[in-house]
Design a protein around this ligand. Sequence first.
Ligand SMILES: [Zn+2]
Length: 234
Amino acid sequence: MESVSGEKGVQELKDEGTPVEYIEGDGDNTLIARVKNNLNINLKKRFDKNHIVKNVGKQLYALHHSKNVKLSKITIIHLQKCLKYAFAKNAGDKDALKVNLSALVPHQFGDHSLCQPRFCGYVRSQEDRKTYVHRSLPYKAPLKDEQLRVALESVFKPLADNAEQYADLGSSQACEHANREVSLRAPKSFHYGNTKSLDYRVHATAAFINEGRRYIAEVIKDNCALLFCMNVRF
Ligand SMILES: [Zn+2]
């Protein structure tokens, strides 16, 4: 369903003369394939940062619930924070990101052989290494379970191996905001699909996002009577 409306959107932009080069999202290939086959446009994929962190979180919570390893929620939150930090600090530099991601799990286990001073306090504190503590881990101590290390490596290794895909991440925050705004004006629990009202509600959302609330005064000034007849919610 999303890919059908996505293709329609790309088609409309193309017809208006707007070039579309990137598609941001959760890495769904269906839309890219549809656009390539039906519109003959090669879109490049740009992952969304929040989706990546969320997906890693899902895998980590699956480990948390499995009986084979012990992984606390505190550690999961810390690992997600480290991942976000790695994405933010190495944006645009795939080699630096690869180094950072490869060192992420070993670092938590007190193995700093892959760490660099720019992201590891242990390497930075040359004289004071004995007093270095993992502040965000339980008991401020490095993790120990080797089985857990193997499991965590299996989650983070694909990210490090494909670092070039993650060096240039997008954010779908603006899109999620637009979805939220349109659902306030056209709630799913009401059927507006067969009425013109849906168009006005979506257009009102677009005007609000692009112009802010001052669009209301502008529209009312231009066409007051018509809008009251349409019963548009601002
Ligand atoms: Zn380290």
